[in-house]
Design a protein around this ligand. Sequence first.
Ligand SMILES: NC(=O)c1ccc[n+]([C@@H]2O[C@H](COP(=O)([O-])OP(=O)(O)OC[C@H]3O[C@@H](n4cnc5c(N)ncnc54)[C@H](OP(=O)(O)O)[C@@H]3O)[C@@H](O)[C@H]2O)c1
Length: 325
Amino acid sequence: MSKRIVIHQIGAAEVMKWESERLAKPQPHEIQLRHTAIGLNFIDVYFRSGVYAAPQLPFTPGLEAAGIVQQVGSEATDFRPGDRVAYASPPIGAYCAARNLPAARAIKIAAGIDQRTAAAIMLKGMTAHYLLRSAYRVQAGDFILFHAAAGGVGLIACQWAKHLGVQVIGTVGSDEKAELARANGCAHVINYNRENFVARVAEITDGKGLPVVYDSVGQATFSASLECLSARGTMVSFGQSSGKVAPLDIGLLSAKGALYLTRPTLFHYTAQRDELVYRAGEVFDAVLCGAIKISINQSYRLADAATAHQDLENRRTTGSSVLIP
Ligand SMILES: NC(=O)c1ccc[n+]([C@@H]2O[C@H](COP(=O)([O-])OP(=O)(O)OC[C@H]3O[C@@H](n4cnc5c(N)ncnc54)[C@H](OP(=O)(O)O)[C@@H]3O)[C@@H](O)[C@H]2O)c1
């Protein structure tokens, strides 16, 4: 028997139940993994609370983990029992001690990267990568605004952007988080609970505005974020930790200066195997060469996933968090 978190009904963190299951053998194209660490992500909260529709009920949440291959299906010939692998991908269901996964979604963990780190960087690291290299390709000398700079994606993205020669302006919700953001790549930090970030950005950029804003906070920041862009700037709206962004009149993009708006998701930037392998490789390299350091600031037992969700939703976490089966 194996153990997993199961959600029978959408709701608050307590809807996550710790249950036993009998795991089937892997299908021909699948591998069976014993998880060593599972990544905690805000998207898990969206699925649990109904912001995103769950594929079915009941379901097991989670989209990121690291583990050891136990068995391989007859067509999963690239893997062997004992391989160290990680993933950040549907099918949803990472909150478990063991599972079957399509082999095409698994990546072998580079030597020198431990299992917890792998579980902390697959989703958040590849997100930072596609945001900075593809959704909008930052250039050395750019000033950028990155909201929730002390969060899981934030701490990785801000270090990486600095490494690329970017002047990062990060927003945070507390003084402790401001310290952390400063130590992790932000040239300027704004506490958006206390300060008007539009005014601060104008001051920092001498009124020029920014070529790009990365906004994962959503409802609370979206409109003001548009005000921070220079003409033909790009708004990358990639999350909604404060609530969904209201429907938008596209005329606003013209009125604010021929702006670009994208609402990207990691899974559209890693759908093809080649692209997935490329991005995961870039993340491993960035860790191994020291361009980004991974702060796993919270670790929970998987059985205590409800506590982990409460901490994440209530803004009590910084950096990455892992769940240990
Ligand atoms: N589209 C994609 O491909 C993609 C991929 C990964 C993650 N994301 C998004 O990126 C964001 C960050 O994800 P993460 O897992 O790394 O989480 P996180 O940043 O560690 O946690 C969310 C942070 O958002 C800030 N926040 C602001 N208003 C909030 C509110 N009302 N409620 C809760 N938090 C609030 C908090 O930081 P402060 O206290 O400093 O404000 C909080 O710590 C999420 O929106 C997530 O959905 C998107």
